[in-house]
Ligand binder design. Structure first.
Ligand SMILES: [Fe+2]
Length: 198
């Protein structure tokens, strides 16, 4: 039987394959392929990365590259919940580990001239089942919403090209844009700043 390929192997490969000069397009390509391989080869996510806090979803820090080139996060989604529409302003890959997730991508359609305001329009809805890996790659693919459409818990494994301690959020109804600080459920108190906007 082939040796299991889990989080450690995945992070080791990304450390080896991603350097400070690796273009974002290449980082996405590498992380997407490696993440798909990890999901296919029987990832067994440890309980230390499954900490749940109040709210729609819980973010667990899995690995922080000491060079600051990427982070790996496990997200636990409660049944039938969704994130706000948000961005990360960095490359990212999102692999579905347990159950299913739906990723809706948006285009920003205003000219950005009014501070605090942004108009976004839905572009596409991408359903993702177990083993699937989706990507974000600014500027073309950045603003999105993730939703657990199922009646079960969903777990997704995200890799981003930087520490995502805050992100922009977008409200299509009011065209208002805000900022949310993000924390890790399994690292309470590590990153200051509680969530200010849903
Ligand atoms: Fe996201």
């Amino acid at each position: 039987m082939a040796a299991a390929y889990g989080i450690e192997g995945y992070c080791r490969d990304l450390t080896r394959l991603i350097g400070p000069d690796t273009p974002a397009e290449k980082c996405v390509e590498i992380a997407r392929e490696r993440c798909a391989s990890m999901l296919k080869r029987g990832l067994d996510l440890r309980d230390e990365f499954k900490v749940v806090v109040p709210g729609q979803y819980s973010r667990n820090l899995v690995h922080r590259d000491p060079r600051g080139l990427f982070v790996v996060i496990a997200l636990l989604w409660k049944p039938e919940t969704a994130s706000a529409i948000h961005d990360h302003t960095t490359w990212g890959v999102m692999g579905t580990y347990e159950s299913a997730i739906e990723c809706t991508n948006y285009d920003r359609v205003d000219d950005g001239s009014t501070p605090g305001m942004a108009q976004v329009r839905e572009r596409e809805v991408i359903p993702s089942g177990e083993g699937n890996v989706e990507i974000v790659l600014p500027p073309r693919v950045d603003i999105h919403r993730m939703r657990n459409p199922t009646k079960r818990r969903t777990i997704t494994i995200h890799t981003y090209g930087r520490e995502v301690d805050a992100c922009n959020v977008y409200d299509p109804a009011t065209c208002r844009m805000g900022t949310v600080s993000l924390r890790y459920a399994n690292r309470p108190g590590e990153i200051p700043g509680a969530s200010r906007i849903g």
